[in-house]
Design a protein around this ligand. Structure first.
Ligand SMILES: NC(=O)c1ccc[n+]([C@@H]2O[C@H](COP(=O)([O-])OP(=O)(O)OC[C@H]3O[C@@H](n4cnc5c(N)ncnc54)[C@H](OP(=O)(O)O)[C@@H]3O)[C@@H](O)[C@H]2O)c1
Length: 246
């Protein structure tokens, strides 16, 4: 496991947006960021799940979060601009963006891959990451120390049979991360990196590997050290890197 012990006040006075904050790794990250002092903007598809995370953060006495329901499949650049305007009005800036939301699609040979599912996966896992990130850059530029994190995978650097659009979208996320890291390095206080969570006990993993015993896998909470490290100031100077959580 990535070895890092975050100080309790790591993210004090920082505002951080987490996509896919209602479940799995995104939920754990939102709660971990709040527990370390951040005001977290919970973005995701299912409002009820976001409300549950909101309640858990509030009940724990951490900074009051905000909720922004958004379906990455149907959202247009206009929706991301609306989100940026809301954040600007409420907080004036953004200190961190975790691009975490993702969808698996189907595991099948390219020969058989349904083009409609291909388009859906590329929309959610790639196009939406671009739209969201592009809309947030002006707010991240206002921060004195900002971090963008993309989410990689075991199939984001090596192509493997049957991973189809999911793998292609994850390769593209690594490319987007590297391009942005290079572009922003000399003109901003924004660092850009990616995390490969590794096999983690979530719904997506169970869908991809239905025969696997989930109790053999790391929990989302256990992989949080790298998520905290890259979001906080201890990772200043780390840019354009693909880190592994496990
Ligand atoms: N778990 C692993 O072993 C593993 C390994 C490598 C990479 N990853 C990556 O880690 C990230 C988190 O995955 P996870 O395992 O935590 O999966 P998960 O439990 O399925 O959670 C995925 C999250 O993304 C949200 N989401 C999906 N489609 C969306 C859409 N159209 N609009 C808005 N939000 C949407 C989901 O919202 P709802 O709950 O409302 O549907 C959920 O909050 C993903 O990028 C995944 O590719 C996971």
């Amino acid at each position: 496991m990535f070895d890092y012990q975050a100080p309790a006040d790591l993210l004090n006075n920082r505002t951080v947006l987490v996509s896919g904050a209602g479940a799995g790794i995104g939920k754990a990250a939102a709660k971990a960021y709040a527990a370390h002092g951040a005001t977290v903007i919970l973005a995701g598809r299912t409002t009820k799940k976001l409300e549950e995370v909101y309640d858990e953060i509030e009940a724990a006495g951490h900074p009051q979060p905000a909720i922004f329901p958004i379906n990455l499949e149907g959202a247009t650049p206009h929706d991301y601009e609306a989100l940026a305007a809301t954040i600007e009005n409420e907080f004036g800036r953004l200190d961190g963006l975790l691009n975490n939301a993702g969808t698996l699609g189907v595991r099948t040979p390219i020969e058989n891959y349904d083009p409609a599912i291909w388009d859906q996966v590329i929309q959610v896992n790639l196009n939406a990451q671009f739209y969201l990130t592009q809309a947030m850059i002006p707010l991240l530029r206002v921060s004195e120390d900002a971090s963008i994190i993309f989410t990689g995978s075991g199939v984001s650097q090596v192509g493997k049979a049957y991973w189809g659009a999911y793998s292609v979208s994850k390769f593209a996320n690594e490319g987007l991360m590297q391009i942005l890291a290079d572009e922003l390095e000399s003109t901003s206080n924004i660092r850009v990196n990616s995390i490969n969570p590794g096999a983690t006990r979530t719904n997506m993993r169970a869908t991809a590997y239905p025969g696997e015993n989930p109790n053999t896998l790391a929990t989302p909470e256990e992989i949080m050290p790298v998520y905290l490290y890259l979001m906080g100031p201890d990772s200043k100077g780390t840019n354009g890197q693909a880190l592994k959580a496990q």
